[in-house]
Write a protein of this length. Structure first.
Length: 206
C-alpha cells in the first residue's frame, strides 16, 4: 500500500485537485472558529491545509499513508504536526483522544480497507461536538446503471486506488453506527443524478 501511494504522489497524484473548485467552498464554510485544531487525514502535500491557513492560523495536524507526500507537507508547513500512517487494518491512529475540533477526510475513505476502524478512530480523535467533513465519489442508482451499461471498466478500473464504493445510505449508516449525527449531505460536480462526488458534514455525539 505505501509503495503504491508513494508512486501515486510522485507521478503527480493523477487527478489531485480536479474537484477542488466544488469541495473547497463547502469545507471553508464548515471550518470551526480560530484557535482550533484541524486534522487533515489524507492530507497529501497539503493542498487543503494551504487554503485552511489562509482563513485562520489553526493548529494543523496532517496524516497520509505516503511518506513522500508527508515529507513535502512538512517542508511547506513547518508549524504543523505530520504523521505517516501504516495503512494496516485495525490501525490505531497516532492522534490523542479528543484532540481535534475538526477533521477533514476529503476523498479518503474509498481508499481504506477497514472503514469501520477508520470512522471509529476519527470519532475517538474528535472532541465531543467536533465535526468531520467526509467526501467520496457519488454512486446512486441511476448513475450506477449507466456505468454498468457503458462505463464499467473505466469507473471500476482495478489498477486505480479506489477499493470501496459508497451510496448515501451505506455511508450514513456507517457514520451513525460509529457515534456521528449527520448535519448536512450534498453532492457536487457535474449534475444530478450523475454527480461526481458526495459529502457529509457530521457531528460527534458519543
Amino acid at each position: 500500500m505505501k509503495k503504491f501511494h508513494d508512486k501515486w504522489w510522485k507521478e503527480g497524484a493523477l487527478h489531485e485537485g480536479h474537484d477542488f473548485q466544488w469541495k473547497w467552498p463547502i469545507i471553508k464554510r464548515t471550518l470551526p472558529a480560530k484557535n482550533k485544531t484541524i486534522l487533515d487525514f489524507g492530507c497529501g502535500e497539503g493542498r487543503y491545509i494551504e487554503e485552511i491557513l489562509k482563513v485562520n492560523p489553526y493548529k494543523i495536524i496532517g496524516a497520509d499513508i505516503s511518506e513522500y507526500a508527508i515529507k513535502k507537507a512538512k517542508k511547506k508547513f513547518p508549524n504543523g504536526r505530520f504523521y505517516v500512517t501504516s495503512g494496516d487494518d485495525g490501525e490505531k491512529l497516532p492522534f490523542a483522544t479528543n484532540s481535534a475540533d475538526f477533521i477533514l477526510a476529503a476523498d479518503v475513505i474509498e481508499h481504506i480497507f477497514d472503514v469501520v476502524n477508520f470512522v471509529s478512530e476519527m470519532n475517538r480523535t474528535l472532541k465531543k461536538g467536533g465535526r468531520i467533513f467526509i467526501s467520496t465519489p457519488y454512486h446512486g442508482t441511476i448513475k450506477n446503471l449507466v456505468i454498468a451499461l457503458v462505463g464499467f471498466d473505466t469507473a471500476f478500473n482495478p489498477t486505480w486506488a479506489h477499493i470501496r464504493f459508497f451510496t448515501k445510505k451505506s455511508l450514513t449508516k456507517l457514520l451513525e453506527e460509529n457515534g456521528f449525527k449527520i448535519l448536512e449531505y450534498g453532492q457536487y460536480g457535474r449534475f444530478k443524478p450523475f454527480s461526481m462526488g458526495m459529502y457529509f458534514i457530521a457531528k460527534k455525539i458519543k
